[in-house]
Design a protein around this ligand. Structure first.
Ligand code: F6R
Length: 411
């Protein structure tokens, strides 16, 4: 049922405040007196110590699920201190790449039925790794055959292009990072800041009260107290809602889609947490709108892609505030110096800081700023909207793109 929406992809993009809420529900908890804020992932509780002690964490997936793991990789490395490597499932199997007993292999799959990911799982089990599943589908092959796991609880995704599952996967992996790093005193402040950031992402996150989070006047104004039946807990619903805020860019992204409708190609540059945003944004555009699009690591720009830059090729640069911001500013300057046709995704209020020659030199998409490791959840949404509108304007089938299936169960 598409409700008030014309397409499933559109519905699934717009329901992300709710899907993210269900992803987090019941998992963010107030701990004992020494740990004010913590994460509970029931499916992992008997294995979290083994994961912490593993020699390496290997993320394995395909397409959007791979991109979600790539977005979460830096925060997992930071909070766990365990080296993280990335594997595209088919490539791991093709190479028969090294997987050891001391490894934790994490299989990320919306459907839980992707053939390539299942083959990689079989291979990792044979090699004795601890296998963890992150899926959206209860009872799926990956959920059944891994040693333990986490369901992302994003709700059924019908559009072939994955949207809400992507943001829920990132949030689950951020919670995984928090759970693995839970015993480190040195990163407690960082973990608490991320948990506060998780509270600010979707609407109706019912846990703030049990958390004793300090609320500001704006929060309180939007607060609705909900009585949760027998549990006798009064929990406020916070509408400090960054995801809902970014969804308001819908019309702006439709206008941008009108400008890009006849283009042959689109580049997307990102780095750090948002390298994944570049890959995933480009994947969305190419798979549904059938426009060639490439996501690129901005740090690689001078090593080849710069040759493509001219006044015609549209280039999206992700330059929201984080430790890489000044590097992205200099990427923008270099693209600008070569007359690049720039579209910059930046944090709210940063238009002047990212546009070298003022607003005439580039188009700016301003998004709300959140904790750096959660920023990919916000940043992908304008690109999902762009892909959606481009497809509809170009007259293609947005829910069932040419040649693609929702679940790829053959090799
Ligand atoms: C892109 C997309 C695909 C899937 C990929 C893996 O929008 O949907 O790239 O992400 O086929 O599928 P799952 O996550 O079901 O293993």
């Amino acid at each position: 049922n598409k409700g008030k929406y014309e397409h499933y992809m559109q519905k699934e993009i717009h329901e992300q405040p709710e899907s993210l809420t269900t992803t987090m529900r019941g998992r963010l908890k107030r701990g004992g007196s020494t740990k004010a804020k913590t994460v509970l992932l029931g499916g992992l509780k008997d294995h979290i110590k083994s994961i912490r002690r593993s020699r390496r964490i290997v993320f394995i997936g395909c397409g959007t699920s791979y991109n979600a793991a790539l977005a979460a990789r830096p925060i997992i490395e930071e909070l766990s201190g365990v080296p993280v490597t990335m594997e595209i499932a088919s490539d791991l199997v093709d190479r028969q790449g090294p997987i050891y007993r001391e490894d934790t292999a994490v299989f990320v799959s919306q459907s839980g039925e992707t053939a390539d990911t299942l083959l990689a799982l079989e291979y990792a089990l044979e090699n004795g790794a601890l296998c963890v599943g992150i899926t959206n589908t209860v009872g799926s092959a990956i959920a059944r055959n891994t040693h333990c796991g986490i369901h992302i609880n994003a709700g059924c995704e019908i559009g072939v292009a994955s949207t809400k599952a992507y943001t829920s996967q990132i949030v689950v992996m951020a919670m995984l990072a928090l759970a693995i790093g839970d015993d480190a005193i040195s990163s407690q402040a960082r973990r608490e800041a991320i948990i506060d950031g998780l509270f600010d992402l979707p609407s109706m996150l019912h846990l703030a009260f049990s958390f004793n989070r300090s609320l500001d006047y704006k929060d309180l104004f939007y607060c609705t107290v909900v009585h949760l039946g027998k549990s006798n807990m009064f929990l406020p619903c916070i509408f400090a809602d960054k995801v809902r805020e970014v969804l308001k860019l819908d019309q702006e992204m439709k206008e941008l889609a009108k400008l890009l409708i006849a283009e042959q190609s689109l580049l997307v540059f990102g780095r750090g947490y948002n390298f994944a945003t570049a890959l995933e944004g480009a994947l969305k555009v190419k798979e549904v709108s059938l426009m060639h699009s490439e996501g690129m690591l901005a740090g690689e720009m001078k090593h080849g892609p710069l040759a493509l830059v001219d006044e015609n090729l549209p280039i999206i640069v992700i330059a929201t505030r984080d430790a890489c911001f000044s590097k992205q500013q200099s990427v923008i300057q270099q693209l600008h110096a070569r007359k690049g046709r720039l579209i910059v995704v930046c944090s709210k209020g940063d238009a002047a800081a990212v546009c070298p020659g003022g607003s005439s030199s580039c188009r700016v998409i301003e998004v709300p700023q959140v904790e750096d490791c959660l920023q990919p959840v916000v940043n992908i949404i304008p690109l999902q909207l762009l892909a959606y509108h481009l497809t509809v304007l170009r007259g293609y089938n947005v829910d069932q793109p040419r040649n693609l299936a929702k679940s790829v169960t053959t090799q």
